[in-house]
Design a protein around this ligand. Structure first.
Ligand SMILES: Cc1cc2nc3c(=O)[nH]c(=O)nc-3n(C[C@H](O)[C@H](O)[C@H](O)COP(=O)(O)OP(=O)(O)OC[C@H]3O[C@@H](n4cnc5c(N)ncnc54)[C@H](O)[C@@H]3O)c2cc1C
Length: 387
């Protein structure tokens, strides 16, 4: 299946973007060949130095404006990175989390001085970003979080525990959600930029063992009387954290949606190649009508998803993407990804269950898309509120 599912819309088709796509592809060919991706999975992380190499190659902070040392790109460049990571089987390298999920919090809510200091390092890879909202007893229900931040002079003192933190091993600037007012509900939550190298009392737990995405470092992190300068309260005002999260979640959900889309396309491509060479009953598996019907269903699902995703992306670029539409994208694309990859694995027969086949890895990696960034059930709740 070499032809793209959908012709690129005009806003995604430019010489600048095509050149960028080629350079991302070349970087991944060089630094993320299959043997390297396998090593990431074994060690549970992509290795710290790769972030600096990606920075040198211009893959980090691509949406950071030139005034802060970035290339001044936008979400279209982030889409290209996500598509290339999936096409090359290198999704363990979570540049999208750094670039398109966490960096926007700092661009919009950090002070001018902080942006001048942090952004060039985010672009170079000297800073690796993470976001820490989830806690052992509060995931979907973020208002139930227990982490606290108490003002003490010109600092806040952070205490608590966060879990499932992606980039948890390497991140040295973490956007952390904590309660500044325990009784304040959503209005009691604030966000802090914690520079982990500069504080005492911060620690990381062991790498968490996951059923998929083995090359992504996911850890618990702990705060024990961590003193953070008051200036690191994002937005400069207490109680704004929940509002900021709600503002940024539509883009985060589009990131998960694009990752789902990109992996669905990669799954279709590898499966079409496989069934066209695998033979049974004197013909290829592709020649069997059931195979063609299944792949036709998958391609239809993926194509519909991609058209909707382009629509959402255009809205995002115009700053018009609302939370309901972003939730619909995340719900539909992540569910479709699960169905497509399951069908594709089935068409591989026993080889689909062998981890040396890309479809087996995709099957494991895909499952979490329906959970993180807000579960499918939470997406339905959000969508239902708009009815
Ligand atoms: C690999 C991985 C990486 C992650 N990375 C990060 C990260 O970098 N930073 C971060 O902060 N978090 C991260 N997370 C956490 C993720 O966002 C949460 O796991 C997710 O939001 C679900 O929360 P939970 O696990 O506590 O599940 P729970 O909230 O306990 O939900 C359990 C089940 O109950 C359902 N449920 C809950 N409430 C309702 C409701 N009101 N109505 C109907 N059903 C409901 C859920 O849909 C789910 O099926 C990551 C998680 C994973 C697995």
């Amino acid at each position: 299946m070499s032809k793209p599912l959908v012709a690129k819309p005009a806003f995604m088709d430019s010489e600048d973007l095509n050149i960028f796509e080629q350079s991302v592809g070349r970087f991944l060919d060089e630094h993320a060949p299959p043997a390297t991706v396998q090593r990431w999975a074994e060690q549970g992380s992509v290795g710290r130095e790769l972030w600096n190499k990606a920075g040198e190659a211009g893959l980090l902070g691509v949406s950071v404006p030139e005034a802060y040392g970035g290339p001044g790109g936008d979400f279209r460049h982030e889409v290209i990175i996500m598509e290339q990571l999936a096409a090359k089987g290198a999704q363990s390298f979570v540049i999208p989390l750094h670039n398109a999920t966490v960096c926007p919090y700092l661009l919009d809510y950090a002070s001018e001085e902080q942006k001048q200091e942090w952004m060039p390092k985010i672009v170079s890879g000297e800073i690796v970003l993470a976001v820490a909202m989830s806690e052992p007893a509060a995931g979907s229900d973020l208002q139930g979080m227990k982490a606290t931040a108490k003002r003490d002079g010109d600092h806040y003192v952070l205490n608590g525990q966060k879990t499932f933190i992606s980039n948890g091993l390497h991140a040295n600037l973490i956007v952390v959600a904590a309660k500044t007012d325990a009784a304040g509900g959503a209005k009691g939550i604030s966000l802090f930029a914690v520079e982990t190298d500069k504080v005492k009392g911060f620690s990381r737990g062991r790498l968490l063992h996951k059923i998929g995405q083995a090359g992504r470092d996911t850890t618990e992190i702990f705060f024990s009387d961590v003193r953070v300068p008051a200036a690191n309260l994002l937005g400069g005002q207490e109680g704004q954290g929940f509002r900021m999260l709600m503002e940024k979640l539509p883009q985060e959900r589009l990131v998960v949606s694009w990752q789902s889309m990109a992996m669905s396309e990669a799954a279709l491509n590898t499966t079409v190649d496989y069934v066209k060479q695998r033979r049974a009953f004197g013909k290829t598996i592709y020649d069997l009508q059931n195979t063609q019907f299944k792949l036709a269903e998958c391609k239809t699902k993926a194509t519909i998803g991609k058209v909707f995703l382009y629509h959402c992306t255009e809205l995002l670029l115009q700053k018009k993407l609302d939370p309901t539409t972003a939730s619909m994208a995340k719900l539909w694309l992540s569910e479709a990804q699960g169905q497509i990859i399951d069908e594709c694995l089935q068409l591989h027969g026993g080889y689909g269950y062998m981890t040396e086949y890309p479809i087996a890895e995709m099957y494991k990696d895909a499952r979490v898309a329906r959970i993180y960034g807000g579960t499918s059930e939470i997406m339905k709740l959000l969508i239902a509120r708009s009815l």
